[in-house]
Each structure stands twice: as C-alpha cells, then as structure tokens.
Ligand binder design. Structure first.
Ligand code: MRU
Length: 369
C-alpha cells in the first residue's frame, strides 16, 4: 500500500542483503520510521515490544528472525534456540508457530553451508505468499461489502457503513491486510464506504494504525471510542462489521483483539453481519474449542494505565491515566463464539462457521496446499 504516495511494505531486506527492515509501528501515527533488525534478538524484541504486530506480520518477522540466526549459527541447535526465543514472544497469534514450523521444515534437510541462502529464500517466499493471500481475501470480501449497499439504502443512506476493530490492515500483514483488504478493494472499485474505526484500547491500534493507513489510502473514516459501536448499530449507521483474527479454532471460535466479542454481540443483537477476514494460516485446527482452549496473552499493566500521544508542543509522550494505587488487568485478546460470526473470509473463499462450513474450509485449504 502507499505511504505518502509511495508503494511500501511493512517488512523487507535492506540493500546489504541481510539486515531486515520493518516499519516501527510504535511511532505511528506521529512518525513514519523504519528499524533495522540485525540479530534474532532484535527480531524477538521487535515482536515482543510490538514494533511489528498483527498475526501475519509477526509470522513473517519471526521467519526473518531465523534468517538472522542462520547467519550466525546455522546448526540445528542454533536454529532450535532461535525458534524457542521467537515462539515465546507472543502466545496468541498462531501464525508465529505456523511460520516458524514451516521455516524449520524447509531448512532441516538443507546442508548447513547452504542454510543462510535457503532461509532468506524461504522467508521471502512466505512474505510474497502473505501478499497474495491478503489480496485474495480482498477479492473474496469485496462482494460482501457491495452487498451491504442495499442494507445501507434500506437504512436511508447511500454510503455503506462498516465497522472494524483494532488493526487488521496492511500494517498487520506484509501488504493489503486482512479485514481491510476488502475495504481497499471496495475503495478502489469506487464503492461508497465509510469506516467506523474502534480506537482499540489499551494500545489504540485502531486510532493510531488503522486510521493512519485508511487516511493514506483516502478511505473515509471516523475514529470512535471503543464503547460507541453498539450505539451506532442501534442508530442504523453500521451495515457490516469486518475484523481480523489472531487465532481461530477448528470450531470457528474467533480469537481477536480484546473488545471484539462485545462488538460481535452488539452486531448480533442488531442483525448486522459480522465477518472475520483471515488467512488459513490463522486457523489452529488443533484447537477444537476456541473459547476454552486458546491461550490469551496478558501484557504489562502499564499499557492500560498509561497512554501514548502527542502533547500540544508536538512532543510524543506517555501520560498516566489510572491512579497509582489501582490494580489494572491487561488481557490482549478475547474469543468470539462461532455462533456470533456470520462468515470467515479467507483466501480460499467465504465460509460459514457452522460445522459443515468449517469442514468445507478445511477441505478447501487442504486442496490449496
Ligand atoms: O496485539 P496485536 O496488535 O498484534 O493484535 C493483532 C491485531 O491487530 C488484531 O487482533 C487483528 O485484528 C488481527 S491480526 C490481522
């Protein structure tokens, strides 16, 4: 996607052929800057501290982390140690494990002297695949947005109102995004859309990332406080919701950024379709019951009690918004039961979260492999 009119991706290899460059997402929307990753520790830190975030991008960054390790120690033991460090960075996003497993599967049979080149080739392949996957999610999601035009007309509007939560845009992937890929396709097709962007406390990925990237692409949008979505739905201002997912279980339960569940409940109560856009690599077929089994990351309470922003002098700073005496809890994700999810939009097509729908999705994804 474009930044200041220039085609940009979230991750790439620098001209020296080995340094990995990523957009530092902790500085957005105030500063667009990249950070250089030279070691596996750099890659692990970037994921842990959320300079890169979003399930698909975490996976690709971890893959490049293994490349950086291979330069220093391409032995099995060296790669295994890097795998252990990387997989411990974020427990919920399953693309991390998926990408790391895929890298090791490719690298193990390769002679040690050839592993560096093989690793960079495998990571680049993963990145390209992510772009193609997200583009396909956009293609499959576009008709669902187009269909919502008639809902908007029934509600007396000629602009389609769409609500999204957190950031499942191109910043969460290598390019295009998951939930926002259909939005960008709709905008490019000239469909009249307006996106309601949940701010997404505690880290505000909606306010600082989704709004920023929608603005870069010229998509009309409005940022709302997290508690606003239900009210907008009651007032007939939302025709469909699309979110991403960090891990979806075999039964169609969707784990996504904290607060997604409440939006799905409100959408259900108001008869509004609630779609989840995700690559098949986000589906954890080993988990039968998402609500019971998906591990939920708990992060540092300071993300709750402190808020980052720009002060009136233009300085980016963090301020405390909770009394020091108060305890805070910082659950990063929640799980939306399958019954509240209208359909999953994947690179293989659109599938219901019913038992038969999930079976069809499993078969479709197996055919593609
Ligand atoms: O904690 P984050 O920012 O890595 O969370 C990921 C997200 O932005 C979302 O939950 C997103 O909807 C799924 S990733 C495409």
């Amino acid at each position: 996607m474009k930044v200041h009119g220039v085609e940009t991706r979230t991750i790439g290899v620098a001209d020296d052929g080995f340094t990995v460059e990523v957009i530092d997402q902790t500085r957005l929307p105030f500063e667009f800057t990249t950070v250089a990753l030279k070691t596996v520790d750099d890659a692990a830190r970037a994921i842990r501290e959320m300079q890169v975030r979003g399930a698909p991008l975490i996976g690709v960054t971890a893959a490049y982390g293994l490349c950086l390790q291979a330069r220093l120690d391409p032995s099995d033991a060296g790669l295994d140690a890097a795998y252990a460090d990387l997989i411990a960075t974020r427990p919920t996003a399953v693309n991390l494990r998926w990408a790391l497993d895929r890298m090791l599967l490719k690298l193990r049979p390769v002679p040690i002297s050839e592993r560096v080149d093989a690793a960079y080739a495998a990571a680049a392949e993963l990145a390209e695949e992510d772009v193609a996957t997200c583009r396909a999610i956009g293609d499959h999601g576009l008709p669902l947005i187009a269909a919502a035009e008639s809902f908007a007309r029934d509600r007396g509007r000629d602009v389609i109102g769409l609500l999204t939560h957190c950031n499942a845009g191109w910043l969460a992937t290598v390019d295009w995004g998951t939930a926002l890929a259909p939005v960008y396709r709709a905008q490019d097709e000239g469909l009249p859309i307006h996106v309601w962007v949940d701010e997404t406390r505690p880290r505000n990925q909606g306010a600082s990332l989704t709004a920023w990237e929608l603005a870069q692409h010229g998509v009309p949008h409005t940022v709302i406080a997290d508690n606003t979505g239900g009210h907008l739905m009651q007032k007939g201002l939302v025709d469909l919701c699309i979110t991403g997912s960090d891990r979806t279980a075999a039964n169609g339960d969707v784990c996504n950024k904290i607060g997604t569940y409440l939006k799905a409940l409100a959408a259900y109560d108001n008869g509004i379709p609630f779609y989840v856009a995700l690559p098949c690599s986000t589906i954890d077929w080993e988990i039968a019951d998402g609500c019971a089994e998906i591990p939920i990351e708990e992060r540092d309470g300071q993300e709750m009690s402190r808020v980052a922003g720009m002060d009136e002098s233009g300085k980016v700073t963090r301020v405390q918004v909770v009394a020091s005496e108060s305890a805070v809890a910082n659950y990063a994700f929640d799980v939306t039961p399958a019954r509240l999810v209208t359909s999953l939009i994947t690179e293989c097509g659109v599938f219901s979260t019913s038992v038969s729908g999930m079976r069809e999705l499993y078969a479709a994804r197996t055919r593609e492999e």
